[in-house]
Write a protein that binds this ligand. Structure first.
Ligand code: NAD
Length: 427
């Protein structure tokens, strides 16, 4: 099939590459010329496991352009995968989506199925349809559909090719048929709904997952107060199939480009249509508390933070990605710097992006380089390579043997036995 994807970021690029991998003829559009040039030269502008190899394998079925006209003329199905960032009041900024919708209308010359893949509030589909209708110079048939994306950064390619489900929100049989044909090779359950329900499925899913994280973080606070272990509590809960183990890891809270903004946007749209979704406000409050609590843990362990050297391992908002957007490490490091601490940091993939956000801290080449002369190790992201840390080696290079484990990755007993002061979250 002829597919166009507008927006070549984490979602667009992974989706487009996977569509090509399934045998489709794909044109990728992005307004960022630098990104397009990198892709044209065979580079990959983001780090995502397996993406580089998949792109290389499917290059013959992919083209890259900054011209929306070229993209619109090519695709029978046009996906919109542009950002929907939060505005100051928490609502989603849909100006990128509106802009693309009006551009599509401008260059449309025959039937097109315009599919929104960006995460958007309910009723956006209606607006996309209105925008296209208003910007068409003559009557051309088109359909609008919603196809929210559930891939996770870090395992995006695998998630896209092996999804738990595909959700398509459609209004016509023609649109349904096209999307069923496109997704059939994935052999995944396809949930066909109306457009509004599809839009809500995405916001409701992300909000539910964030609620799970905040729930276990609240339980972690109680565990700390009574001397219980949240990891054991989570295991005991999670083995119940009705609850499940996923998203029950207590820690520094969720971050990234999706959960914080999607929860805010869902809260905001609910309020706009007359429902006060209190629960989501509390989910957010608990998440904020987790970050201030990590700073408090450092103060409890080090007393005065001024002039203390903290070695931060992991910066990205979760492992296996270079994405720094709203990573909890940023707020925590900023708070520590404000209190006069010196930060040495290392992340396997995210340092380049971190440098743009936090240019004034010291970036190191690996774990051991980072921890030289440090008063405290602060683990912020549970990258696999940190599981293999040689603590006997670290003992010789750190100034004080203190570990704050914001992701509950290390074994407390083992560390305590070898002389470290250990503080995790809820244990
Ligand atoms: P991103 O910032 O990585 O990529 C968006 C791309 O769109 C950028 O390359 C940007 O240059 C391009 N762009 C912006 N305006 C454009 C225009 N007018 N024409 C062409 N290109 C344009 O964002 P992302 O992480 O891929 O997210 C995109 C959407 O998908 C968001 O709504 C997000 O909430 C949603 N989403 C993201 C994830 C994720 O894990 N990142 C998962 C599911 C859904």
């Amino acid at each position: 099939m002829k597919i166009t994807v507008v927006g070549s970021g984490y979602v667009g690029l992974v989706s487009g590459t996977c569509f090509a991998h399934l045998g489709n003829d794909v044109v990728m559009v992005d307004s960022d010329d630098k990104k397009i040039q990198t892709l044209k030269k065979g580079g990959v502008p983001i780090y995502e496991s397996g993406l580089k190899e998949l792109l290389k394998k499917n290059r013959s079925r992919m083209q890259w352009t900054t011209s929306i006209k070229e993209g619109v003329r090519h695709g029978d199905i046009i996906f919109i995968a542009v950002p929907t960032p939060p505005r100051e009041d928490g609502s989603a900024d849909l100006s990128f989506v509106e802009n693309v919708a009006s551009q599509i209308a401008k260059f449309m010359d025959e039937y097109k199925l315009v599919v929104d893949k960006s995460t958007v509030p309910v009723e956006t589909g209606e607006w996309v349809k209105t925008t296209i209708t208003r910007n068409l110079s003559r009557r051309i048939p088109f359909d609008v559909a919603s196809n929210p994306e559930f891939l996770r950064e870090g395992s995006a390619v695998n998630d896209f090719l092996h999804p738990d489900r595909v959700v398509v929100g459609v209004e016509t049989e023609r649109a349904e048929k096209l999307l069923m044909q496109l997704y059939k090779p994935l052999k995944a359950p396809i949930v066909v709904t109306d457009i509004k329900s599809a839009e809500l499925i995405k916001h409701a899913s992300n909000s539910f997952l964030a609620t799970k994280i905040s729930f276990i973080n609240a339980v972690a606070c109680i565990c700390e107060k009574v001397g219980a272990d949240v990891r054991l509590v989570a295991k005991g809960m999670g083995l119940d199939k009705r609850i499940g183990m996923a998203f029950l890891n207590a820690g520094a809270g969720y971050g990234g480009s999706c959960f914080p903004k999607d929860i805010d946007a869902f809260y905001w749209i609910a309020k706009k249509i007359g429902y006060d979704f209190h629960l989501l406000r509390e989910v957010k409050n608990i998440n904020e508390h987790q970050k201030t609590d990590i700073v408090k843990k450092l103060e409890d362990a080090l007393w005065i933070l001024k002039d203390k050297v903290i070695g931060v391992l992991g910066l990205s908002f979760k492992p296996n990605t270079d994405d720094m957007r709203l990573a909890p490490s940023i707020e925590i490091i900023e708070a520590l710097c404000k209190k006069g601490a010196t930060i040495r940091a290392y992340d396997p993939q995210a340092m380049q992006k971190a440098k743009e956000i936090m240019p004034d801290i010291t970036y190191c080449k690996d774990t051991y380089d980072t921890l030289k002369g440090c008063d405290c190790l602060l683990l912020m992201t549970e990258w696999d390579e940190f599981r293999k840390i040689d603590f006997s080696r670290i003992k010789k290079i750190m100034k004080q043997l203190i570990v704050i484990d914001a992701r509950n990755m290390f074994e407390p007993d083992k560390l305590k036995k070898s002389g470290f002061i250990y503080k995790g979250v809820g244990r």
